[in-house]
Structures are given as structure tokens and as C-alpha cells.
Design a binder for this molecule. Sequence first.
Ligand SMILES: Nc1nc2c(c(=O)[nH]1)N[C@H]1C(S)=C(S)[C@@H](COP(=O)(O)OP(=O)(O)OC[C@H]3O[C@@H](n4cnc5c(=O)[nH]c(N)nc54)[C@H](O)[C@@H]3O)O[C@H]1N2
Ligand SMILES: Nc1nc2c(c(=O)[nH]1)N[C@H]1C(S)=C(S)[C@@H](COP(=O)(O)OP(=O)(O)OC[C@H]3O[C@@H](n4cnc5c(=O)[nH]c(N)nc54)[C@H](O)[C@@H]3O)O[C@H]1N2
Ligand code: SF4
Ligand SMILES: [Mo]
Length: 686
Amino acid sequence: MKPPFVQSTCPHDCPSTCALEVERLSEARIGKVRGAKANSYTAGVICAKVARYSERVHHPDRLSKPLRRVGEKGAGREAFEEISWDQALDEVAENLLQAEQRLGAETVWPYFYAGTMGLVQRDGIERLRHAKGYSRQYSTICHTLADAGWLAGHGVKRGLDPREMAQSDLIVIWGGNPVSTQVNVMTHVAKARKTRGAKLVVIDPYRTGTAEQADLHLAVKPGTDGALAAAAVNVMLAEGLADRTYMERQSDWDDELEAHFAQRTPEWASEITGLSVEEIVSFARLFGAHKKSFIRIGYGFSRSRNGAANLHAATCLSIVTGAWQYEGGGALYSNGGIFPIDATLIEGLDVLDPDVRIFDQSRLGPVLCNDPRDLGDGPPVTALFIQNTNPMVVCPESLKVRQGFERDDLFSCVHEQFMTETAAMADVVLPATTFLEHDDIYKGGGHTHLQIARPVIEPFAECRSNHQVICALANRLGAEHPGFEMSEWDLIDATLRASGLPSAQSVYDDRWLDCALDFETAHFSDGFGNDDKRFHFKPDWSAIGVDHADMPRMPGFMDSIDAAKSDRPFRLVAAPARTFLNTTFTETPGSLKREQRPTVLIHPEACKRLGISDGDKVRMGNELASITLHAETFDGLQHNVVVVESIWPNSAFEDGIGINALVSADPGPPRGGAVFHDTAVWIEIV
Ligand SMILES: Nc1nc2c(c(=O)[nH]1)N[C@H]1C(S)=C(S)[C@@H](COP(=O)(O)OP(=O)(O)OC[C@H]3O[C@@H](n4cnc5c(=O)[nH]c(N)nc54)[C@H](O)[C@@H]3O)O[C@H]1N2
Ligand SMILES: Nc1nc2c(c(=O)[nH]1)N[C@H]1C(S)=C(S)[C@@H](COP(=O)(O)OP(=O)(O)OC[C@H]3O[C@@H](n4cnc5c(=O)[nH]c(N)nc54)[C@H](O)[C@@H]3O)O[C@H]1N2
Ligand code: SF4
Ligand SMILES: [Mo]
């Protein structure tokens, strides 16, 4: 008999949240992983890295037992000895309690992110935090800037149903690279192209795999999209391509905006973006000519100091042509806001004390280095409990993160699947299950399905789930909350019921729950999410974030990026690599084979100027650090732009210093957010 395929959900931090089918070879082993054909978004397609998941779940380096560090920080597995779960949990609890006794509960900082996107296994750590009054986390590493830019205009975090792309005549992928980062977008692009001959525009500083498929690729200078968007509006207004009736009915359009955009000419934008006037005008005409235009907004172009303003500017285009009125017309950044989940039980929101201090996740380095900007008069962080993230590698200003972890007065526990560089700095390391070994519930940000997944195989060796560890610690720490007494399944079921949704069993039996909104709501026909029901060309940035003083009143170019200068003449984009997912999969042979080694893509003209040939070793740096890697000539970008696809472990680089040593921990206004693609660097041949 052939082994059966079991339904599951991809847990990784990717907007596709694919509905999976996993081949179960035995109680302990999986075989193939494929996308569910029956799911209308996944449509049977998944990325190569997850199709090879058996390489990861059965990897020889999977952590199997709790470990205590007895050797040097950072040395790796050989610096640890095996201990029992009871010993490990006792030791962690003792250290957290001692830290609390010395300096108060705020000296403990539970730190997490989205290694799994499952709500129970990702967010349960919040319940422990709130029940104990530990320092809070402001999660800024991914979507804070993009959220700000989208909310500025629309007032709510939702947009088109992505399946509507099949009805679109023009698709614009703006600041995203879905061929690498959420392959399913391309399934729906292909549908529109095949059935309707839809055109594809890609706006990205370099010729990505997505850009290669485009009818028009606009290789903007990073951080200048606001100027491109404003000039496109200028052309559409001047050439009678705007739907003024829609603009006046559905937005705050007025004479001041009219006069503002009249100044934002293609010539002006050409200077800023590095695009030709012809490119800008042909984009505007193409956009203006197709009412059924679908702008798929990516995260990439929000990761700059002016990212929120740029993203807001891009979303103005769908208002100018009135695209939202038509099937297949409008935009999608994220549908995260359509799922009516009550997270109280999972996150312990009922015991949250808003007076407890809150740290910016992306400023882990400065926080651990006791930067007064972060600590104020408060005590230092002397204990970290980490799940679901690898900040030694993914966090900005990574040299400071390392310096912080090296502190002798810091206790840290890392719950992980692998001995990451973060785990290697910990005092205690706990082995974690993967999504194939525990229950969870998943929302799909890039689509509309809610999914529940159950274990496909038994937990590997002594691995325990995040939920199990949180509950066991809560018990030892004297933290009380009903959520600590429940199983994962009961938490899921109770959460669904509290949210007015069907039971866990019935969602599981149906494989998913489609939470798509009706046309009128999804298209904002009855108004946008702002109080006045209008889209805002002139956002109230003060309602979005406290750091709003420098935000532009109207869409255009916000001149706040780390611009290229004579001593740092290149703008660096630190984009994701196709077969890594942040740092996940950097351990799998299939991914390593494809990505090979850390590489910087440099334009041939710049290479000539610097005397660099393909494969040469180069140094690249700024005021924060310098790193060593190999060069590859590449003509799909502007002369003064370079790209490093990441996120390689620090140890993959010659000096053990990785890409995020160059990235600033400055928060992007108006409400924070990491600025991964906003860095000016120098380059020299080694
Ligand atoms: N293979 C793979 N998939 C992933 C990830 C991964 O690491 N690897 N990460 C996952 C996560 S956590 C997330 S949040 C998503 C993010 O996925 P995306 O939405 O695709 O966002 P990014 O990957 O940050 O950047 C996408 C593109 O933005 C471009 N970009 C950078 N700056 C600018 C700019 O100023 N203007 C414009 N127009 N474009 C710019 C970059 O060149 C890059 O090609 O992907 C998820 N999927
Ligand atoms: N240069 C550069 N840096 C970036 C970005 C970029 O584009 N460029 N992107 C940024 C973005 S968008 C993001 S979201 C962050 C992401 O950064 P991270 O959230 O740190 O993402 P990963 O590196 O994939 O690390 C997730 C870790 O969680 C572990 N994990 C997975 N499932 C579980 C589980 O169930 N339990 C436990 N305990 N652990 C688990 C995995 O083994 C993995 O080591 O990186 C950011 N850093
Ligand atoms: S495309 Fe994204 S959600 Fe789908 S399998 Fe790959 S990583 Fe998972
Ligand atoms: Mo992310």
C-alpha cells in the first residue's frame, strides 16, 4: 500500500501559508511534501525549499536533547553537555527568578518572532510575558513600516482577494520578489496572462526572478518609489487618465493635491529614481490605460527610512484610476486584518499591563549594550528567553547583538530546532518540535484561508513544542493563566469559539476556512477604513505613529534615506535568497547547493571602475562595520546599486561578520520598523 499523504500547513514566515500534503512514510518519517491542489490559492504549487522539507526535519544536526553550555559562547555543539528536561527547566526558571529578584521582572525579556507563524506556538510566549510582567516586545523587524504606509491611506489592513488577479488586465508587483518569496503569487499572475493577456510590471532595484518575467521592469534606485508614484499620478492627471469622479467621491482629493502633483513631473522623478523620463511616462500610460489593475504590494520597498511614505504613495495609483471599482482592480498588501481571531487566551491579553516597559525588537543590539535611548532609567536586560528567531544573524547592527550576548551578566535560554548562532550563545538550549510534530492554527496574510494543522509524525527525539515549554516554565515561575492549563488543541478550539468561528475539529475536517470578504467590502465600495470613509492622499501620520514630525503631508519623495555619497557610493539592497527563508534552510544541502556562498551583485561598469572581476573577493563597509564576500558582475541594476541576497549565517562570511552588521538599527518613522534595504556602502577589492 502506498503511504498516505496527510494534510498540513506551511508554518514559515511567508505570506503564502501554503496548504500542504505531506507523505507519511512511518510514525517518525516523512517523504514528499506537495501543495494542496484543492486549495484555490495554493493550487498545488509550493516552493522548492519546503518541497524538500524531509532534508530539514530529518537533518542530522536537529537538536535532540536539552543542553547546558559548559564551554565558550559561540563555539557550537561541542561547548554543550546534555541534561534532562527537568534539569533544564529548573535551571532556566531559577535564573529567571533570580534575575527578577535582583532587578525586578522587567529585567527579563522574552524575545520571539515568526519561526513558526502558528498562533499558539508563536504567540504563547506573550502569555508568559504578560502573566509575569516581563518587558514587552514591540515587533518591528518585518511589517511595521509597510503597515504604516498601507494604513495611512486605507485605514484598515486588508485589500483584494488575491484570486481576483485572474480578472486583471495589468499586474504591478511593487517592491516584492514573489518568485523567491511567495511563489504562489506567480500562479495567479500566470492565470491572468494566459486567459486575458494581462501585462506584468515589476518595480524592483534589480532584475530578480520576478522581474525577468515582466513586460516592463523599472529598476528604481532603492528608496525612491515615492517619486515614481507621484510622477505617475502627474502624467495620469495631465493626460486625462484619472477617474476624477471616483477620486472626489472616495478620497480627500482637493485643489492643494492637484497643485502638488502638477509639480511632480517625470523629469523631476527621473533625477531622483534614476529611471528615464520615457520609462516613467510609459508606466503611467500603461497604468492609466487599464482599469482592472492589480497592485501587489511587497514588503521590500518599505524597508527604508522613507518606506512608509513610499508605500503610501504607491497605493495612491489605484485611487487615481478608480481601479477599486472593477473586478481584478485595486491592491493587496496583506489580508492580515480579515481574520476575526480573538487572541486573548493565547496571548494572555487579559493580564497585560500597559505600564510595563516595551523594547523595540529590531534594537536588540542597542538594548543588550545598555543604550540609554532604549533603557532610559530602567534596569538592564539580564535574562533572555528566546523562541522562533535567530537574532544573532537577522537583527540590524548585528555586531552589537553579538557584543550584547557576550555579556557575562546575561543569562539566556534559546528554544530551537538547530544550533543556530543565537543558540550557540545561550546558557541553556532546548530542542523544539517542527510544525510536523505539533498542533497549530494559521492565518494566511497573502490570502484568505484559516487553517489548522495536526502532527504528521511523532516528535523527534526529546523535542518539545513551544507551548509545552511555556506551560512547564509558567508552572515553575508561579505564572497563572488558564492558557497554561490547556492543551494546544483546546487552546485552538477555545480561541475559535471565542472568535465566533466553527470548532477546531470542523475547520480541520474541512481543511480550511475561507474568510474572504464580499466584493463590496473587499473593494471598499462602501468606503475605506478611515473615520470619514475616504482614502487619504494626505494621511494623518500622527494617528499612525508618534515619530511623525518629518512625514510628508503629500505623496512624493521623502528625502531621509542613507543616500550614496562620495565615501560610500553604493546603495545596498540586502534582499532574501530564494532557497533560504530568513536563516531557516541555511542548514539544508539543497539550499546550500543553490545559494553557494555570500555574493554581492555589482554592475559591470562599477566593477570596471573598481578593478573587480567576477569571483573576486571584495570588502564592503560603512561606519558600522565591514564584511568580506565574493563579487559577481550583474547588469540588471543601476551603476551605484549593489545587492547581497541573504540571510547567510555570519560564519559563512570570511571574517565571521554577516550582512546585518552593515544595517542600521535606526527605526523608520512614523512608528518604527527595520530598514534592511537602506544602507550606503563603499566597496574595494581585497
Ligand atoms: N525565499 C525566501 N522567501 C521569503 C523570505 C526569505 O528570506 N526567503 N522571507 C519571508 C519574509 S519574513 C517576508 S516578510 C517576505 C518578504 O517578501 P517581499 O515582499 O518580497 O519583500 P523583500 O523580500 O524584503 O524584498 C522584495 C524585493 O524588494 C526589493 N526592494 C528593496 N528596496 C526597494 C525599493 O526601495 N524599491 C523597490 N521598488 N523595491 C525594493 C528587493 O530588491 C527585493 O527584490 O518574504 C518571505 N519569503
Ligand atoms: N539582511 C536582511 N535581514 C533581514 C531581512 C532581510 O530581508 N534582509 N528580513 C527580515 C525579516 S522580514 C524578518 S521577518 C526577520 C526574520 O528573522 P527570524 O524570525 O529570526 O527568521 P529565521 O531566521 O528564519 O529564524 C526563525 C528560527 O525559528 C526556529 N523555529 C521554527 N519553528 C520553531 C518552533 O516551532 N519553535 C521554536 N522554538 N523555534 C522554531 C527556526 O529553526 C529558525 O532558526 O529577518 C529580518 N532580517
Ligand atoms: S511558498 Fe511560502 S508558504 Fe508556500 S511552502 Fe514555500 S515557504 Fe511555505
Ligand atoms: Mo518578514
